[in-house]
Write a protein that binds this ligand. Structure first.
Ligand code: SAH
Length: 217
């Protein structure tokens, strides 16, 4: 692991994982992955002391790195198996993508803000994580790489985008927060058959909004 990942960081990470267990996160593989990813390296240096608190934090461009509890819940709901093809909408800091890679998934991640895309595209490989990074509007998914076993959306959508549903494999699952700007409900959408989808709800969360189009600066 990276030279900048000290015993102190590892100790703080273990406490974070213990806290997530107390909050009800049960999937040992998810907890193990969160226990491995050096979250402090994904945050601007000014926030490093907060890296292992169970809180969301600013990452620039008006966006946030999701709260670890939220990352744990979404990842748990995805039911990741090794080598599965996973599409993430909303790369942000790249932290969620790193957690998925730790679990053995093949990750395709898309971000609408060029500044964040460019930063993560360089940074993640420098600490040993190599998802396929794309700059674009996640509402369109990645038709050239579909279908996916799993899709995770890490921004709040006003409804479930049909393009994303259609990029799921039969039997595939999508985890997506749906609601207005103030709060969303976590939906799990399973593609039962070509034209049949099943939807379950899994509690309230708060995300930055999923927006249309791209930002080039
Ligand atoms: N998964 C991220 C969370 C980032 S916050 C992490 O682990 O840090 C959500 C991100 O979704 C923001 O970076 C935002 O710019 C991005 N986003 C919002 N709407 C989007 C869209 N339509 N397509 C792609 N990314 C989008």
């Amino acid at each position: 692991m990276d030279n900048n990942d000290t015993l102190r960081h590892q100790g703080l990470r273990k406490r974070l994982v213990d806290g997530l267990k107390i909050k009800g996160v049960r999937d040992d593989r998810v907890l193990a992955a969160i226990g491995k990813v050096p979250r402090h390296l994904f945050m601007d240096s000014g926030f490093i002391n907060f890296a292992y608190k169970d809180q969301a934090f600013p990452i620039g461009a008006g966006q946030t790195i999701s709260q670890p509890y939220t990352v744990a819940c979404q990842t748990q709901l995805l039911q990741i198996e090794k080598n599965e093809k996973v599409l993430e909408v909303g790369t942000g800091s790249g932290y969620q993508a790193a957690v998925l890679l730790e679990m053995g998934a093949k990750v395709f991640t898309i971000e609408r803000q060029k500044e964040l895309y460019a930063k993560v595209h360089k940074f993640l490989p420098s600490i040993g994580y190599s998802p396929a990074c794309f700059f674009g509007d996640g509402y369109n998914g990645l038709p050239n790489f579909a279908p996916f076993d799993k899709i995770i959306v890490t921004a709040g959508a006003s409804s479930i985008p049909i393009e994303l549903k259609n990029q799921l494999k039969i039997g595939g699952r999508m985890v997506i927060p749906v609601g207005d700007n103030n709060k969303q409900e976590m939906y799990v959408v399973t593609r039962v058959d070509e034209n049949e989808f099943k939807t379950e709800k899994h509690g309230r969360f708060l995300f930055v909004p999923m927006l249309k189009g791209t930002v080039n600066s």
